[in-house]
Every structure is written in C-alpha cells, then in structure tokens.
Design a protein around this ligand. Structure first.
Ligand SMILES: Nc1ncnc2c1ncn2[C@@H]1O[C@H](COP(=O)(O)OP(=O)(O)O)[C@@H](O)[C@H]1O
Ligand SMILES: [Mg+2]
Length: 335
C-alpha cells in the first residue's frame, strides 16, 4: 500500500493562497469603462485584502474616480465585474453598498442644512433611523471634531470643516471598507491634519482603506501598498519599499546655484543622457538622474560650459515621486 507523501512547503503555500482568497474584501476583475471613445478604465484587475490600506495614485484623468465610482455602484462597468466580499456590485440595492463608505472627490453636502440635518439625510440613505441614527450621528461628529458645530449651517463651514463633515457622513453606517477620493485636497493644514489623524485611527481599527491622493507624504505615512494608475490601467502595484526598489539607483541632485538659471539651461539639462528631469526653484536646481555617474559629471560639465556657477551640491535617495515620474512621466503634485 502506498503512503501519501506530504509536501509541507506546498501545504503552507496552498493554505496561504486560500487565506488570501478568503481575505479579499474587494475584487475588481477585468473591468473596463469608456466615455464615448475615451477609455477611462481599461481591463483593470485588482484584489484588496481586509484591513489593507492602499494608496491609489495617478495623474489627473488616470481613471481613479471612475474606478471608485464603479466600486460604489454609481454606474456599471462596460465589461468585467466587481465584488465586495461575495456580493456582486450591480445596482443601488446591492448589499455590497452597506459595506462601503465613500468620501467623494466632490463635496456632497447641502449648504442650507445644518451638519446635523445633513447627517440625518445621509443616515436615512443607509436605512438608519431612530436611536440608532442618533447615536451614529453623534459618534461620527465627535470623531471628526465637529460636535460643537453640529447645528451650524454647512454654508458657514470652512472648506476643511466641510471635508471633515463629508468624512463623518461616510462613517455613519460603520462600513468595513472606506473609499477616500482625494479627501484632503484644498483644505487648510489644520483640517488636513485632523482628517489624516482620523484616517490613521480608522486604519488602526481594522478598516480597509483605499486612499486617493496627490500628497505622497500621506501615502508614505499611511499606506502599506501603492497602486499607480495611468491612462485607465495599473502601471505599478507594490509595497512602498518594493516601488522604491524599482528606482533604486536614481538620485536627486540638489544644486545651489550662484543665481537662478535660464529656462533654456533647464531644457538642455533635461536632454542630457542619464537625466530624468530637471527643475528649478529660485537659485536651487533639482535634477533627477538615473544613476549617480556618469550623469552627475555630465550635468556639472554642462553647467560649467553654460557659464552657470554652482555653490553647493548634494544628492538624495529616490522618493515615491521619482517612481511616479518614471512610470507616468508626471509629477505627483503639479498636475
Ligand atoms: N462622466 C464622464 N463623461 C465623460 N468623460 C468622463 C466622465 N468621467 C470621467 N471622464 C473622463 O475619464 C477620464 C478619467 O477620469 P477620472 O476617473 O475622473 O480620473 P482621475 O480621478 O484619475 O483624475 C478622464 O479623461 C475624464 O475626463
Ligand atoms: Mg478623480
């Protein structure tokens, strides 16, 4: 009689694979969406595990809001499917929606209503009523630090306070997954910090978070996984460390010049072999090179030839910005 051979490595691998399947709270499979002839999202596939905090980055028009809108069931994909746990997202009555909280890119609030009445309205959309709604409104407002301004009309709120109220509205039904579409854009630094602290706390409480932003320091502080989109497709999907490894050899040269350089000098620097990009702020030049040498020597030789004197130079490690630039040809912020 033959004995069954057990391969412990394979068993562990299989069980890890099964675990990762059952851990998935969101799966997007081969999803496409066009607006007329424009492919906003193209054959996009991704899986997000429970408790993950994922940064979704991409230049303007990359398709981030479109994919987030489809995840929330705002409109259906042209092809492919989206599941929240086992539920297919396909209509307004989908049970998947109860598991999702959305902070939309555009504020969704009624200016003429108080914060309290706004929340009452949004709570009703999630079938919350009576004591349960009252408690949820109270908890959410406390959480975002607006409890003492609850009866003020939203019209009198600052941009930052509106953003915080938007976040409160998304939390009323205590969703498992939070989709945050640029939640800190255009807010004052104090509100931005407050929102950011809120999100960090939600993450610690085990929520699954998908976070769209242009601020890479937020992604570096918050996210364990980064997905970069461009032209409706995923161009990178990795841990922060993994992404930085892709540009391991790149360096940013910071060169203090005697005086500001002319635009044509910048353009010529950009076209030197090994130079990824060159920009200037007043008399400070910032040049990203694909490898320290020979590009640095080429840059310094060119500056000498052009009669531009430098005072100080040093180089820095690559940042998430370098990765973004390499993959999409765009800077993260100046979009
Ligand atoms: N409702 C719409 N009608 C037509 N085009 C749209 C619509 N929504 C988005 N788009 C286009 O789809 C592309 C992706 O947009 P979007 O998902 O908003 O990008 P992102 O959020 O990454 O900036 C853009 O070119 C945008 O102009
Ligand atoms: Mg957007």
């Amino acid at each position: 009689m033959g004995t069954k051979k057990i391969d412990p490595t394979r068993e562990i691998a299989e069980s890890a694979a099964m675990q990762s399947v059952s851990n998935a709270v969101l799966s997007v499979r081969a999803v496409s969406k066009s607006f007329g002839s424009l492919k906003a999202v193209h054959d996009l596939t991704l899986t997000i595990d429970a408790g993950a905090c994922v940064g979704l980055l991409g230049p303007n028009g990359a398709g981030k809001t479109t994919i987030i809108s489809m995840i929330t069931g705002l409109f259906p994909p042209d092809a492919g499917e989206i599941r929240i746990r086992e539920h297919l997202v396909k209509s307004d009555v989908s049970p998947a929606k109860k598991l999702l909280g959305l902070v939309p890119q555009e504020l969704a609030l009624y200016d003429e209503l108080s914060a309290w009445d706004n929340l009452r309205f949004f709570g009703a959309l999630y079938d919350l009523a009576g004591e349960q709604l009252f408690a949820a409104m109270h908890t959410s407002l406390e959480f975002v630090g607006l409890a003492d301004r609850a009866s003020d009309k939203v019209r009198n709120y600052s941009g930052g306070m509106k953003r915080r109220l938007n976040l409160a509205a998304s939390l009323l039904h205590d969703p498992e997954i939070l989709l945050l579409d640029e939640p800190t854009v255009g807010v004052d630094p104090q509100s931005r910090n407050a929102i950011f602290d809120n999100i960090e706390l939600l993450r610690k409480r085990g929520k699954t978070i998908i976070y769209t932003t242009h601020y890479m320091e937020e992604v570096e502080r918050l996210c364990d996984r980064v997905i970069i989109m461009d032209h409706g497709e995923v161009v990178a999907d990795n841990t922060l460390g993994g992404l930085k490894k892709e540009v391991e050899k790149q360096r940013q040269l910071l060169i203090e010049m005697e005086r500001p350089v002319e635009e044509n000098v910048l353009l010529s620097l950009c076209s030197l072999p090994g130079v990824v990009t060159a920009k200037a702020t007043a008399s400070r030049l910032s040049v990203v090179v694909d490898e320290l040498e020979p590009a640095t020597s080429a840059v310094l030789e060119y500056l000498a030839r052009a009669g531009c004197k430098w005072i100080q130079i040093h180089s820095e490690e690559p940042t998430l910005e370098s990765v973004f630039l390499k993959l999409t040809g765009n800077k993260l912020r100046d979009l």
